[in-house]
Design a protein. Structure first.
Length: 206
């Protein structure tokens, strides 16, 4: 890990371009971890280029924000055809789209804030759903821009604060991902079970 960090530090002055490019690719559903990009940026800022901390943060924030717009426009332009494209149908199903659309309608901006902290392909599914549902682009930009500012600041700050213990931070973050996904899956399963029980009770016995 130290060798990797030393290599990264030797090229740190170009890091904002490289990380920005990775974040753009993530918008096309390339399996690149946005969270790890933010943690890495924070680590580089604290250990290698502290004088460029603000510039690096602005670049990675804009990368995260614009990456979401790429996913949004993919959903808006391709529409239901996404279900037939293998590159996207592994994270997009009609059931998931319907559920996310319900969250948009019920919780508004809080869906974006929570969604920004959900790891993996679920985040891109959130943005594509907004496009599929024809959410007004300006509304999408404003809501996600605020949510992105919260999540980007939090993860960049974590990387900056624990830069000297990067390996420990990555291990901790992977544990967080597992716990978060487990809790989220449990809550969704519980919600579906409650809905199913209610429907069973409301169904008249013939």
């Amino acid at each position: 890990m130290e060798e990797i960090l030393q290599y990264a530090c030797s090229h740190a002055h170009s890091a904002h371009w490289f990380i920005f490019l990775l974040l753009m690719l993530a918008g096309f559903n390339v399996p690149i971890s946005e969270d790890l990009c933010l943690l890495t940026a924070g680590t580089l800022a604290s250990t290698c280029i502290p004088e460029q901390t603000l510039r690096l943060f602005v670049w990675v924030y804009m990368g995260c924000w614009l990456s979401a717009s790429i996913a949004y426009w993919i959903g808006r332009r391709l529409g239901p055809r996404l279900y037939d494209i293998r590159w996207f149908n592994r994270i997009l199903t009609p059931q998931r789209i319907a559920r996310l659309h319900h969250y948009y309608e019920k919780f508004g901006i809080f869906t974006f804030i929570i969604g920004r902290f959900v790891p993996g392909g679920a985040r891109n599914a959130l943005f594509m759903t907004a496009g599929l549902g024809k959410m007004h682009y300006l509304k999408f930009l404003l809501r996600d821009g605020f949510a992105c500012l919260i999540s980007s600041s939090a993860l960049f700050y974590l990387g900056y604060s624990f830069g000297a213990n990067y390996a420990f931070l990555i291990r901790t973050f992977k544990t967080y991902n597992f716990i978060f996904i487990s809790i989220l899956a449990s809550l969704i399963t519980l919600s579906l079970l409650i809905v199913w029980i209610k429907k069973r009770r409301e169904t008249p016995i013939i």
